[in-house]
Design a protein around this ligand. Structure first.
Ligand SMILES: O=C(O)c1cc(C(=O)O)c2c(n1)C(=O)C(=O)c1cc(C(=O)O)[nH]c1-2
Length: 253
């Protein structure tokens, strides 16, 4: 009896298989489609910006966890740039600060964003799953999970192209974050892709890489599902019982 032998994909078809996952990117989520289609209310835009803040503040923590798991100094030196991009460094206030400027531009106060009062439990759990995966997984698997960034420049560009026209009430000074990420994401993805193509070489490894990328797509999609419940259907958690935002604001220190 012959056991089926699975051959690995060559480098190029494997990269194509990873890129094909873009068909499931959150750019296709109805919430995003409404956002760049100009159908979102100010409340919906504000809800998205306030919730996405939780992703923003956890990205550099996730990247620091990857560095902590990586014994290769050359990789760490390059990965460190991601932390600096978000946390800031000499002469660059960083992506978290740029996100807070976006928050102000859409009419939120810094305080209500930073204290995370608007962060929905579903968004928090999805982001936490990403952070915890990066802590537990090998650094190569965690690097692979960042590859949704393959598809991110297009989504940032779609906002730069559509928001000023559809949402003239947003102060254009807030768009710096999206502009900043165009080049940063392209650089990150070149590095993450090289690591992934080098590391996942057997057929089983390659299936695992595709599953990891699906996990990350699920995280991004689930965040928007939670926001849809709250801001489109007006059914946030506990809406059958109270109109107060009674959910917890995070137990992590
Ligand atoms: O606005 C977006 O839709 C979007 C998506 C993603 C992504 O695909 O994970 C990132 C970002 N933005 C982003 O700004 C960012 O800094 C970023 C870092 C990472 C990552 O996984 O390390 N993803 C993303």
């Amino acid at each position: 009896m012959n056991a089926a032998v699975e051959f690995p994909m060559q480098r190029e078809p494997f990269e194509q298989a990873l890129r094909a996952k873009g068909a499931l990117y959150h750019i296709h989520h109805p919430f995003h489609r409404a956002m760049y289609g100009g159908q979102c209310t100010p409340e919906q835009i504000r809800g998205w910006v306030a919730n996405r803040y939780y992703y923003q503040v956890n990205i550099p923590r996730k990247d620091a966890a990857i560095m902590a798991n990586c014994p290769d100094a050359a990789v760490r030196r390059q990965w460190l740039q991601r932390v600096l991009d978000h946390d800031g460094h000499d002469g660059d206030p960083g992506g978290i600060e740029a996100w807070l400027q976006l928050a102000e531009a859409v009419g939120l106060s810094r305080e209500e964003v930073v204290d995370q009062r608007h962060v929905l439990p579903g968004v928090r759990f999805a982001v936490d799953a990403y952070y915890h995966f990066a802590r537990r997984a090998s650094w190569q698997e965690a690097a692979c999970s960042s590859l949704t960034e393959l598809f991110a420049p297009e989504i940032h560009q779609s906002r730069l192209d559509s928001w000023p026209e559809h949402y003239p009430w947003i102060d254009p000074a807030g768009y710096g974050y999206f502009r900043k990420r165009l080049s940063e994401a392209r650089r990150d993805v070149a590095h993450g892709l090289t690591i992934t193509l080098d590391h996942f070489t057997t057929a089983a490894d390659q299936q695992r890489a595709l599953e990891i990328l699906q996990f990350k797509l699920d995280i991004l999609w689930s965040m928007l599902d939670a926001m849809t419940m709250a801001y489109v259907h007006h059914t946030p958690p506990y809406h059958t019982v109270t109109d107060q935002a009674v959910w917890h604001r995070g137990l992590a220190s």
